[in-house]
Design a protein around this ligand. Structure first.
Ligand SMILES: Nc1ccn([C@@H]2O[C@H](COP(=O)(O)OP(=O)(O)OP(=O)(O)O)[C@@H](O)[C@H]2O)c(=O)n1
Ligand SMILES: C[C@](O)(CO)[C@H](O)COP(=O)(O)O
Length: 229
């Protein structure tokens, strides 16, 4: 297996959460969300290099939080950009040219180690591995034909999550493209560079904490984790 790296992107402002403090620093059951996310990767492989992308304006806060919570996992801090694309691109500059990198949202603390493992294994053989889930609700296209809404076949779609794991040469080449509004994740950047995307199954608990209600779900997931099997 080639050398493994992870870029954890936490350079956003969390506008949909509606809190003054960006959501990655909010505590769930007494610990900042971002620390929980980093800990999943450091326990998966304590030797793996962790690149953490943060808003420039929150770097001092992060240092204080690390001291307060005695947060020990080693990580290299990189300044984020105005968009997720720019934050990932900044993180990639701190990687060597060879190896594998998992790119993961700092606000997805419930990714399983099985999914991380599968991501590295598949990406080492096929160049990339993108975590996804089937849809569990009906979907409609809006507007569909005739400017009306139209039922669509959900079996043709997947919900895309992170980590998205890549051969470093593949992802670095892709991120040399100019930014596009269509680049909502790393798979879309790599696909636009001409590579085929490989989907793997994710874990249902790996939610992206986005809205206030997600904090309640996160608390419930943690409670469930602690209870005896
Ligand atoms: N300029 C940005 C924007 C987003 N992200 C990160 O990308 C992940 C997924 O983005 P999202 O959930 O949309 O986070 P925000 O952009 O912070 O939220 P919002 O869109 O509600 O403002 C988050 O971990 C976020 O911190 C980032 O590193 N740099
Ligand atoms: C990368 C991502 O988390 C995959 O689901 C997602 O695309 C981020 O999207 P958002 O618009 O920043 O919420």
């Amino acid at each position: 297996m080639p050398e493994k790296y992870v870029i954890i992107v936490a350079g956003g402002s969390g506008s949909r959460m509606g809190s003054t403090l960006p959501k990655q620093f909010l505590e769930v059951n007494g610990r900042p969300i971002l620390m929980r996310t980093i800990e999943v990767f450091s326990s998966f492989d304590p030797a793996m290099a962790i690149i953490l992308v943060l808003p420039q304006s929150n770097m001092a806060l992060w240092k204080e939080l690390c001291e307060e919570h005695r947060f020990l996992p080693a990580h290299q801090i990189v300044a984020g950009g105005a968009s997720r694309f720019q934050s990932v691109r900044n993180g990639l500059e701190h990687l060597p040219d060879k190896g594998l990198v998992a790119i993961h949202d700092g606000v997805r603390p419930f990714v399983s180690t099985e999914v991380i493992t599968q991501g590295f294994e598949v990406a080492s053989k096929q160049g990339n591995a993108i975590v996804s889930l089937p849809l569990k609700e009906s979907i409609r296209e809006v507007p569909g034909p005739g400017n009306k809404s139209a039922a669509r076949d959900r079996s043709k779609y997947r919900l895309v999550q992170t980590p998205q794991t890549f051969d470093i040469s593949v992802i670095k080449k892709a991120y040399r493209q100019p930014e596009s509004a269509l680049f909502t994740d790393d798979a879309s950047v790599v696909e636009s560079a001409g590579d085929s995307i490989v989907l793997i199954d994710g874990n249902e608990e790996n939610i992206k904490i986005t809205h206030q209600a997600d904090l309640l779900i996160a608390e419930a997931l943690l409670k469930n984790k602690k209870s005896p099997a």
